[in-house]
Design a protein around this ligand. Structure first.
Ligand code: GLP
Length: 260
């Protein structure tokens, strides 16, 4: 269904809808075949059609299979803004509630995110990493790609060993994420807690999703450059089981040929 391997060989599909279907099928397969492995999840616009496709697939399951999926669900998100409560509609917790928890009918306490309201965000990051480790580490990790090459909120420069931590967001990331904050970059929180490249690279499989022409330039860099700290996603090249799924718009804008 999806090919996970070493290197970053892109699978180019027609459009974002086709990408969403493929990715949703892989997420569902992971949950059903390896229910004890925590699933690593991401937020962002790229993931909205992915979760919508997943919800449709879950709705189409036999009732017993759907019930089992709900009972066994366990996922850990990559990141959360510091200073936003889960009830704040701009938080990643609220994004997951809207796009995953409610549509899939998941029971409480199965979709974990870092605690954005913790009085000590650095300690909250350590706690989150500990909770993930206690759950056995990540099975499949879903990843989007930031315009500056970040994965999660691992902003450049970022070493491959960076652990889960609280960090400052770059001006370009705050500008990129401004649409969820009324278009005002200054309203985007200054800090976030993110899983590090360390936890991401320890996942059993990595699923990187890149859609839209705007991602062309960073996709091009990702496909051409060796692993280095200024392009955090480039560390994924070191993982032996990566699947990179892109749409034709991103591929064309990166000057890739479809089907390559
Ligand atoms: C965000 C998130 C990432 C996400 C990326 C791309 O800031 N922290 O997890 O994958 O940037 O977002 P989008 O899909 O909206 O382009």
């Amino acid at each position: 269904m999806g090919s996970f391997g070493a290197g970053l060989q892109p699978l180019v599909l027609a459009d974002a809808a086709a990408v969403a279907e493929r990715v949703a099928a892989l997420l569902l397969e992971e949950r059903q075949r390896w229910p004890s492995r925590p699933l690593g999840l991401a937020t962002g616009r790229t993931m909205e059609p992915v979760y919508a496709a997943l919800a449709r697939r879950v709705a189409a399951l036999e009732p017993a299979a759907r019930q089992r999926l709900r009972q066994e669900w366990l996922s850990f998100n990559l990141d959360e803004y510091v200073g936003l409560a889960p009830a704040d509609p701009r938080s990643f917790a609220a994004f997951m509630a809207e796009h995953l928890v409610r549509p899939l009918g998941l029971p409480p306490g199965r979709v974990w995110l870092p605690d954005g309201l913790a009085a000590d965000p650095a300690a909250a990051a350590r706690d989150y990493a500990g909770r993930l480790a206690a759950a056995g580490g990540l099975g499949l990790q879903l990843l989007g790609l930031g315009l500056n090459g970040h994965v999660g909120f691992n902003e450049p420069p970022c070493p491959a060993e960076a652990p889960c931590r609280c960090l400052a967001l770059s001006a370009s990331t705050r500008a990129a994420n401004a649409p969820a904050f009324g278009g005002v970059a200054a309203a985007v929180p200054e800090r976030a807690i993110t899983l590090g490249l360390a936890e991401i690279l320890q996942a059993q499989r990595l699923l990187l999703v890149v859609t839209g022409a705007a991602k062309g330039p960073v996709l091009r860099r990702l496909l051409q450059e060796p692993p280095h700290a200024d392009l955090p996603a480039s560390w994924l090249r070191r993982h032996g089981a990566v699947c990179l799924v892109v749409d034709r718009a991103a591929a064309a804008a990166s000057a890739l040929q479809a089907g390559q």
